[in-house]
Design a protein around this ligand. Structure first.
Ligand code: 5GP
Ligand code: ZN
Length: 113
């Protein structure tokens, strides 16, 4: 989608520090990390947010979670990690292309702010 920051990152138009890529998914380190390990996993398909996902996206969403699990293992997040999909304004979403934050290598508090 034209003008979308994460579509431009997926296409390579904007550089990023890639963690993983396949035909459906792109993962890259967050530019403003909130934990020693902080990366984002996005579908290559433009979906504005989780609330815009449809039945058609079921396999894609499942694939993203399994990719997250595999990357976390690869990066040695053996003590655990947090997966967050900020959604909409109350959710604190600032980039309107569905993305899953993965945070690890520190103990995270709950509830979030
Ligand atoms: P949100 O607030 O929408 O849940 O998360 C957006 C995330 O994207 C933020 O954590 C922010 O640091 C990250 N981000 C914004 N612009 C860029 C960028 O140009 N490159 C990278 N790697 N991350 C970005
Ligand atoms: Zn997009």
């Amino acid at each position: 989608m034209e003008g979308c920051l994460f579509c431009r990152i997926v296409s390579g138009e904007i550089p990023s520090n890639k963690v993983y890529e396949d035909d459906q998914v792109y993962a890259f380190y967050d530019v403003a990390p909130q934990a020693p390990v902080h990366f984002l996993v996005v579908p290559k398909k433009h979906i504005a947010s989780l609330s815009e996902a449809t039945e058609e996206d079921q396999a894609l969403l499942g694939h993203i979670l399994l990719v997250i699990k595999d990357i976390a293992a690869e990066l040695g997040l053996d003590d655990g990690y947090r997966v967050v999909a900020n959604t909409g304004s109350d959710g604190g979403q600032t980039v309107m292309h569905l993305h899953f934050h993965v945070l690890g290598k520190r103990s995270l508090i709950w509830p979030p702010g």
